[in-house]
Design a protein around this ligand. Structure first.
Ligand SMILES: *Cc1c(COP(=O)(O)O)cnc(C)c1O
Ligand code: SF4
Length: 333
C-alpha cells in the first residue's frame, strides 16, 4: 500500500507560508463545523484577517467547536463587543518608539519590530491594532534603528519581535544578523516567535546555521498556549534549535476557555519541558479592543499559579505577569 505523505512534507516552509488558510469557511469545512456552531463573524474577519498554517490546522480536533487551537484563530462575534477601558494601544507602545520599529521601554534591552508579518493571526493579539504599515522598514530606516542601538552602550540585548521575525526571508535575516553581529556591546539576541510551533519546517538547516554562528547568545521564546499545539514535528524543530545552541523559553497568554484551568496549564508545562522548553511568562491579557472575551482576572490567575506550584517543580511554573505602561519591566503578580 502506498503511504500518503502528510501535506507539509511535500512543500517548503516558504510554500507553506504562501498557502495559509485565509478563508474561515474553508477552515470550518476541514473541521466539519458550521459557522453557527462557532459564532463565526464576518465583520470580525474584516477587522483582522484569518491566517492559519495548514499544518497547524491539522492539530485541531475535527468536530470540536471549542477546540483550543481553533479558538485562538477564529473571528467570532464576541470581538465586536465594545468594551470600556479596552483601547487600540493599551501599552502606549506608540510613545516608546524611539527609532523606526524600535521600542525601548525597559533598561538594557530593546525590542525591534522586525516585520509586520505573521504566519498566524491570533485573535487575542495585543498588536492587532499596531500601525504596522507605518513601521514598514526601508533599508535606510533599518540602518537608523541599528545606529540607535549602537549609540547606546547600555543595550545588551536585542529582542526581535513583530509580527514574527521568522516570517522574514533567510536573505533578510542574513543581513540583519550580520548587522547585529557587529554590535560590540550586545550579549544576547532574543527572538519572540510562533513559527517553530506553527510551521516547524521553518527551522531548517540554514536558520540553525544562522543562529549557531551569531557571536551573541541566542534565546528563542516560543509562544505556545496549549499542549495540543505540540506534535512530533514541533519536537524536532525544538531539538534542532537546541543543537544550534539556542536557549528555549516559552511565554503564554492566559486565555479564557483556552487554557485558564490548572490541568491545562500543568499539561502545557509538562509538554514544553518534554520538548526542551522552559516556561517563562504567563501573561494576563492586555486591554485591547476586541479581545475582552479572552480576559482572565488577576485573582483567578493567581489562584491558578498557586495550583501549579502545588503540582509542578518550581522550574516548570511560569511567572504570572501583566504589562503596564510606564513601568521599567513587566509587573509580577
Ligand atoms: C516584554 C518586553 C520586553 C522584554 O521584557 P523581559 O522581561 O526581558 O522579557 C522588552 N521590551 C518591550 C517593549 C517589551 O514589551
Ligand atoms: S504578533 Fe504574535 S500574537 Fe500577534 S498575531 Fe502575530 S504571532 Fe499572533
Amino acid at each position: 500500500m502506498p503511504q500518503t505523505l502528510p501535506l507539509h512534507a511535500l512543500s517548503s516552509w516558504q510554500e507553506q507560508l504562501a498557502d495559509l488558510i485565509s478563508d474561515p469557511l474553508e477552515l470550518l469545512r476541514l473541521l466539519h463545523l458550521s459557522p453557527a456552531q462557532v459564532s463565526y463573524s464576518e465583520a470580525a474577519l474584516r477587522g483582522f484577517g484569518l491566517r492559519v498554517p495548514r499544518v497547524y490546522a491539522a492539530r485541531m480536533a475535527p468536530g470540536n467547536p471549542r477546540d483550543p487551537l481553533l479558538l485562538q484563530v477564529l473571528p467570532t462575534q464576541a470581538e465586536l463587543v465594545e468594551q470600556p477601558g479596552h483601547g487600540q494601544d493599551p501599552l502606549a507602545e506608540a510613545t516608546a518608539l524611539v527609532a523606526p520599529g524600535i521600542l525601548h521601554k525597559y533598561p538594557g534591552r530593546v525590542l525591534l519590530i522586525a516585520t509586520q508579518a505573521c504566519a498566524i493571526h491570533c485573535r487575542y493579539c495585543f498588536r492587532r491594532h499596531f500601525p504596522y504599515a507605518e513601521n514598514r522598514q526601508s533599508r535606510r530606516e533599518w540602518e537608523e534603528s541599528l545606529r540607535y542601538i549602537e549609540r547606546d552602550s547600555s543595550i545588551e540585548e536585542v529582542i526581535l519581535s513583530g509580527g514574527d521575525p521568522l516570517a522574514l526571508s533567510a536573505t533578510h535575516l542574513d543581513w540583519l544578523f550580520e548587522q547585529l553581529a557587529r554590535l560590540p556591546q550586545l550579549r544576547r539576541v532574543r527572538l519572540h516567535t510562533r513559527l517553530p510551533l506553527v510551521v516547524p519546517d521553518r527551522v531548517d538547516a540554514r536558520l540553525c546555521e544562522q543562529l549557531r554562528t551569531l557571536p551573541q547568545q541566542v534565546v528563542l521564546v516560543l509562544h505556545a498556549n496549549h499542549a495540543q499545539e505540540f506534535d512530533a514535528t514541533v519536537d524536532t524543530a525544538c531539538a534542532k534549535l537546541r543543537e544550534a545552541g539556542v536557549t528555549l523559553l516559552n511565554q503564554s497568554v492566559l486565555l479564557a476557555n483556552i487554557n485558564d484551568d490548572a490541568d491545562t496549564l500543568t499539561a502545557l508545562s509538562q509538554r514544553l519541558f518534554s520538548a526542551g522548553v522552559l516556561p517563562y511568562y504567563l501573561h494576563l491579557t492586555d486591554p485591547v479592543q476586541g479581545t475582552a472575551h479572552f480576559d482572565v482576572s488577576t485573582a483567578r490567575g493567581q489562584q491558578l499559579l498557586r495550583a501549579l506550584h502545588g503540582r509542578l517543580p518550581g522550574y516548570l511554573v511560569p511567572r504570572l505577569v501583566r504589562e503596564e505602561p510606564g513601568k521599567p519591566g513587566k509587573t509580577l503578580l
